[in-house]
Design a protein around this ligand. Structure first.
Ligand code: GSH
Length: 238
C-alpha cells in the first residue's frame, strides 16, 4: 500500500517529499489548498493533525504529523537514511541534530513566518524579526562548525546521506526566501562553505529533482532559491 503525504507547495512537506523520493517508495501527494485553509478544518484536525499543520504522512491506518517525526518514522521503517542502532553514538548524533533542526531552527523560522502570532503589537514585529534573524544566523554558524568536522563531507553525517540533509536543505531554502523582503537572501551560503557544499550535493540528487519538479520549484533549489510560481496565498510562509 502506498503512503499518502498531505502537502502544499514549498511547505514543510518538501522535506518528506524528498525523503520519499530518495527511498523510492510509492506514495500519493495529496494537495491541501492553503488558500481555502483546508488544513484548519475540523475533519483535517480530527483525522490528521490536531494542530492544523502540513505535513501529515498516512501509512495505512496510521497518521503521523511533525516533520521530524515523519522523517524518523520513514528512516526506521525502511532502515535507511540514518544510523539505526538504538543507543549507539551514531544514532544519538542523528537524533540530537534532528531535534535541533526541528525544535530550534525550524521553530525560529516559524516565528519569522508568523510573527503576528507572537506579538499583539504590530509595531513590535520589526524588532521581533530582527532578533529572530540573528538567532537563525547563530544556528547556522553552529551547524557550519559541526559540518566542518568532516573534511570529506558533504553530508551532515559526513559521507552518509541522512534525513538530516533533506531537513537542513529545506530550512536553508526557506531562510533565504521567507519572509519576503526580510529573508537572509542567497548571500549567506557563501559565508558558510560546508553548508554550501551540502546544498550543492543535494541539488544533484535525482529524488530531490523529482520532488522539486512536482512542487513547482525551479532549480537551483537551495543555492539560489526562488519561490514557486504560484499565488502567494498558496505558498509556504504566506
Ligand atoms: N512543527 C511543524 C511545523 C510545520 C509547519 O510549519 N507547517 C506549515 C507549512 S510550512 C503550516 O502548516 N502552516 C500553517 C499554519 O501554521 O497555520 C512540523 O515540523 O511539522
Amino acid at each position: 500500500m502506498s503512503y499518502k503525504l498531505y502537502s502544499a507547495p514549498d511547505s514543510a512537506n518538501i522535506v518528506i517529499h524528498m525523503i520519499l523520493e530518495q527511498l523510492e517508495v510509492e506514495f500519493d501527494l495529496l494537495w491541501v489548498d492553503r488558500s481555502l485553509k483546508e488544513h484548519k478544518g475540523a475533519q483535517y484536525r480530527q483525522q490528521l493533525n490536531p494542530q492544523g499543520l502540513i505535513p501529515v504522512l498516512v501509512d495505512a491506518d496510521t497518521a503521523v504529523f511533525e516533520t521530524a517525526a515523519i522523517a524518523l518514522y520513514l528512516s526506521e521503517k525502511h532502515q535507511q537514511l540514518g544510523p539505526q542502532e538504538a543507543g549507539s553514538a551514531e544514532r544519538s548524533r542523528l537524533l540530537q541534530w534532528l531535534f535541533y533542526l526541528s525544535n530550534t531552527l525550524h521553530a525560529d523560522l516559524r516565528v519569522q513566518f508568523y510573527p503576528h502570532r507572537h506579538v499583539s503589537d504590530g509595531a513590535a514585529i520589526a524588532a521581533l524579526l530582527e532578533g529572530t534573524q540573528s538567532r537563525v544566523l547563530r544556528h547556522f554558524e553552529l551547524i557550519e562548525a559541526e559540518l566542518e568536522k568532516s573534511e570529506a563531507g558533504p553530508w551532515f553525517l559526513g559521507e552518509d546521506l541522512s534525513i538530516l540533509d533533506f531537513y537542513l536543505g529545506a530550512l536553508c531554502r526557506w531562510s533565504m526566501l521567507y519572509p519576503t523582503g526580510s529573508a537572509l537572501g542567497i548571500g549567506f551560503v557563501n559565508s558558510n562553505p560546508c553548508l554550501r557544499r551540502l546544498l550543492a550535493a543535494l541539488e544533484e540528487l535525482p529524488g530531490v529533482q523529482r520532488a522539486m519538479g512536482l512542487q513547482t520549484i525551479k532549480a537551483p533549489f537551495f543555492l539560489a532559491p526562488t519561490p514557486p510560481d504560484l499565488p502567494p496565498e498558496q505558498v509556504s510562509a504566506s
